[in-house]
Design a protein around this ligand. Structure first.
Ligand SMILES: O=C(O)CCC(=O)C(=O)O
Ligand SMILES: [Fe+2]
Length: 326
């Protein structure tokens, strides 16, 4: 059963007439203006491929810790590599998760990848999955966003060559329900993503919740967490979650608010003592580093004042990632 998250069928965008495309674009706009996130169906990536990707993920995280720790990101390749348990910090809370992040598959950064003989085929599969997310999905969503804001269809695409897109394999180890419930440990504290859009794939264990951004007038994660209604995002083989990041909120002058979300105890496992391990995969789109993001003229007027000045996307990302992994 789905909760109150809008469900949007993407097939009109991939295969439909101009009229049906317009209708889907309005649905996307509405979902982003209200909740700030939606389930996407028929998004053009085969489920078998996603299942295989999660199998690779399991094999990656099963590597010995000492091997994974060799992939620790250096400052110059901050978006690439392995981030161990409790490495990520949000408002003084650390996350009980580990993740492996990588960007542009063409980049020559062999030291961020496991040796080929350790995990033969992993890097090729990862590069392919990254490209599928970028081209069969994200590019087309960016086109929908451009049209929704009365821009040329390639408006957002021009700022998103993919140089700053990040794929993130995430693993949450099994944990006792008591420690999650008491707040002693947290799988992922409430936060919003930094960039434009995020595509979020879950394997079979839930716990992800998104704030209904129309239930609060706050924007910061801490304030949203205190004031908003949260909606569970059930894992579902047919859908992925799409949500708005901070820079897209600024570009749209808060027509679309950054989606605040967190990972806690899965509601369907509430009577279990141990919450099983959980795998998810996030694909973050982010503008090219030199991009200056500023509210679009189409999004402000005498009644709706411009809320932010310009910000450099690359500098913003670096400063936030520094804090996240300090
Ligand atoms: O694991 C999830 O479902 C959410 C992950 C997430 O929000 C993130 O990595 O930014
Ligand atoms: Fe997130």
């Amino acid at each position: 059963m789905h909760s109150a998250l809008p469900i949007i069928d993407f097939s009109p965008i991939l295969f439909g007439s101009l009229e049906s495309r317009q209708c889907t674009i309005s649905e996307i706009d509405n979902a982003l203006r209200t909740v700030g996130a939606f389930y996407l169906r028929n998004y053009g990536i085969e489920r078998a491929k996603i299942d295989m990707w999660f199998e690779w993920s399991q094999r990656f995280f099963d590597l010995p810790l000492s091997e994974k720790e060799r992939l620790f990101p250096t400052p110059r390749s901050f978006e690439q590599g392995y981030f161990g348990i409790h490495k990520e910090k949000v408002r003084e809370q650390t996350a009980l998760k580990e993740n492996f992040d990588f960007g542009d598959p063409e980049a020559n950064n062999a030291s961020c990848w496991p040796q080929e003989e350790q995990l033969p085929g992993f890097r090729d599969f990862a590069a392919d999955f990254h490209q599928v997310c970028e081209h069969s999905n994200d590019d087309k969503l960016l086109e929908c966003l451009s049209v929704a804001l009365n821009q040329e269809p390639d408006f957002f695409g021009c700022y998103h060559t993919g140089s700053m897109f990040v794929s993130s394999l995430i693993h949450y180890p099994a944990v006792s329900s008591d420690s999650l419930r008491s707040g002693q440990v947290v799988r992922s504290p409430a936060h919003s993503d930094l960039g434009t859009l995020t595509l979020l794939f879950q394997q079979n264990i839930g716990g992800l919740e998104v704030a209904d951004m129309s239930s609060t007038n706050k924007l910061s994660s801490a304030a949203v967490e205190k004031s908003a209604t949260f909606i569970p995002v059930e894992p579902d083989a047919e859908t992925i979650l799409v949500n708005v990041g901070y820079l897209l909120m600024r570009w749209s002058n808060a027509r679309w608010k950054n989606s605040v979300h967190r990972v806690s105890e899965p509601p369907s496992l509430i009577d279990k003592q141990i919450v099983p391990e959980r795998y998810s995969f996030a694909f973050f789109s982010f503008p090219d580093a030199h991009t200056v993001v500023e509210p679009l003229p189409a999004c402000h007027n005498t009644e709706i004042p411009k809320r932010w000045g310009p910000i450099n996307a690359g500098k913003y990302l670096l400063s936030k990632r520094d804090k996240l992994y300090s």
